[in-house]
Design a protein. Structure first.
Length: 69
């Protein structure tokens, strides 16, 4: 009878450890997903800024060319 209790106790401690590890992994994945979302938003914002700067540079270039003529 004592052996069954020891086995059950071991199984409980193993299950507890697995559950804790699974919970920590879930939290880590959630944080990584949030970080990826923020990074994607920042990248989109930067690409919009680059496009605006390209447009401004093209305008400035064309004005400069017409002014030099």
């Amino acid at each position: 009878m004592a052996t069954k209790n020891k086995l059950r106790d071991a199984a409980v401690s193993i299950g507890t450890a697995v559950g804790k590890a699974d919970g920590k992994a879930h939290v880590a994945v959630k944080k990584a997903a949030k970080a990826a979302k923020v990074a994607r938003q920042e990248l989109n914002a930067l690409s919009k800024q680059v496009d605006a700067l390209k447009k401004q540079l093209n305008k400035s270039t064309s004005r400069l060319k017409s002014a030099l003529q």
